[in-house]
Each structure stands twice: as structure tokens, then as C-alpha cells.
Design a protein around this ligand. Structure first.
Ligand SMILES: O=C1O[C@H](COP(=O)(O)O)[C@@H](O)[C@H](O)[C@H]1O
Length: 244
């Protein structure tokens, strides 16, 4: 079972980040009230760090027991730990370590300083996901590129349609850096809630295609659905091509 796409339009990028942060706090509190240790997958890009900054500003974030929250990434640029272009480095700079996470629950994708190749990194990341209950995420947060990519799955790129795998190595990425590691569509969709956070007029076509359920040659985002919820949190500019 997958949930149909629902769209919520907010005035601007800040409101998208704030709404995502508020929803995340609620989802985590609900999971913990049900006695579960939640799994959240983060994203890079423009909204990936904005949502973390918004979380820290939100007084209710302190009600979450962050020590039981497991953190993952939908994709990572295959660069050494601490590289400013890595998604996790950017999330760290936004204040991820100020949430009170247990570092043992923060699952980073190995870079070239800690693995032989992007293939080895993808295999190790897959094992970590498999070992933590098979990769069932409570919340999968995804940015969307202007070309419709999510995580590092780019429309028309051979890695995009990888099946029977949790994570895949991506080479010759159309967006730099060229080498990346990404969860597959299958794994991204093994999530209770999938949230796309998007802002900016340059993403209007990507939002239209994603919400309309376009094919993989036009939209990677449209191939990912949550089990309970598939939510597009978008700003007015990126929603400008949506039908009324
Ligand atoms: O390269 C990436 O891009 C996307 C979207 O980034 P944005 O800056 O256009 O919002 C991001 O979601 C992904 O995690 C990242 O690796």
C-alpha cells in the first residue's frame, strides 16, 4: 500500500522548513509515545539544512527524546568525512549535533577516506540499513532538484532504476560531485511518511511532474511514495505550475 500525493503550499522557503520541522517533532513524539525508537532519513540541498535550523528554533523540539532517534541520509556525495559538500557536513553545520542525538545512532555513508569505492560504501551502508530492522523509516525527508531528482537518483541516469538493492553507487552524476551513494526507490519508499520539501521558482516543473506522477524519465520524485503519507511541502513559487 502506498499513500497518494498530498500538497501543502506555504508562502516561502522559511515556512516550508518551519512546517517540516513542526511535523517532524509531532511524528517523533507520536512514535515515542507508541514505544518506538524512530528512524529519520535526512537530505542535503537547500532544504536539508534549513529544516534542522528550524528544528532548533522550535521550542517543542526539546520534548523529543533525541537519544533514541536514528538518523540516516537518503544519499551522500562520495567525499571524505568533513568535506563541506557532503550532505552530512552541511547538516552538521546547521546544528545537527545540538539536538542531543546518540552518535551511535547517526548512520553516515562512508566516504573515500573510509571505503575503497562508492560500490563498497553502498554495500556497507546497505548492510547497516538491513541490520537496523530492514530499513523501515518513520520519516523520509527528501529535497527535489530542478531536474526532478531525489536523493542521488537522477532521471535518465542508469543508477536510477536499480532494483533489488537498498543502496547504489552513482557515477557521472549530472550534478557535481560525480560520485555519490543513494538509497534506491525501493528503499526510499519503505517509509511510513515521505515528505518532499521544495522551494523556488526553478523547481516549479519538478513539482508539477512529481505531484502528477510522471514517469521516471521526467521525475524521480514521482517514483517514491510513503506507506502512510506522501506529502509535498512546497512554497508558492515552486507550486506555481500546479493546477488549481
Ligand atoms: O545533490 C543533491 O540535491 C538534492 C536537491 O538539492 P537542492 O539544493 O536543489 O535543494 C538533495 O535533495 C540531495 O540530497 C543532494 O544530494
Amino acid at each position: 500500500m502506498t499513500a497518494p500525493a498530498l500538497v501543502v503550499v506555504h508562502p516561502d522557503k522559511q515556512a516550508v522548513a518551519d512546517a517540516g520541522a513542526a511535523r517532524l517533532v509531532t511524528a517523533l513524539l507520536d512514535a515515542q509515545a507508541q514505544g518506538r525508537a524512530p528512524h529519520v532519513s535526512l537530505t542535503g540541498g537547500s532544504l536539508g539544512s534549513a529544516i534542522i535550523a528550524s528544528l532548533l528554533e522550535l521550542p517543542a523540539h526539546t520534548a523529543v527524546d533525541w537519544s533514541t532517534v536514528s538518523i540516516w541520509w537518503g544519499d551522500e556525495r562520495y567525499l571524505p568525512a568533513g568535506d563541506p559538500d557532503r550532505n552530512d557536513t552541511q547538516n552538521d553545520a546547521a546544528g545537527l549535533d545540538r539536538l542531543g542525538l546518540d552518535q551511535a545512532n547517526v548512520h553516515r555513508v562512508p566516504g573515500p577516506d573510509a571505503s575503497e569505492s562508492a560500490e563498497e560504501s553502498a554495500a556497507r551502508y546497505s548492510s547497516t540499513v538491513r541490520g537496523s530492522g530492514g530499513g523501515e523509516f518513520d520519516v523520509m525527508i527528501l529535497g527535489v532538484g530542478p531536474d526532478g531528482h531525489v536523493a542521488s537518483l537522477f532521471p535518465g541516469h542508469p543508477a536510477q532504476l536499480t532494483t533489488d538493492a537498498i543502496a547504489v553507487a552513482v557515477h557521472d552524476s549530472p550534478k557535481p560531485p560525480p560520485d555519490r551513494v543513494s538509497l534506491t526507490f525501493e528503499c526510499l519508499s519503505r517509509s511510513d511518511r515521505v515528505w518532499f520539501l521544495v522551494a523556488g521558482a526553478d523547481k516549479a516543473e519538478a513539482v508539477r511532474n512529481g505531484v502528477a506522477g510522471a514517469g521516471p524519465e521526467l521525475s524521480s520524485a514521482a517514483q517514491v511514495h510513503g506507506i502512510r503519507e506522501t506529502l509535498w511541502l512546497v512554497d508558492a513559487d515552486s507550486a506555481s505550475d500546479l493546477p488549481d
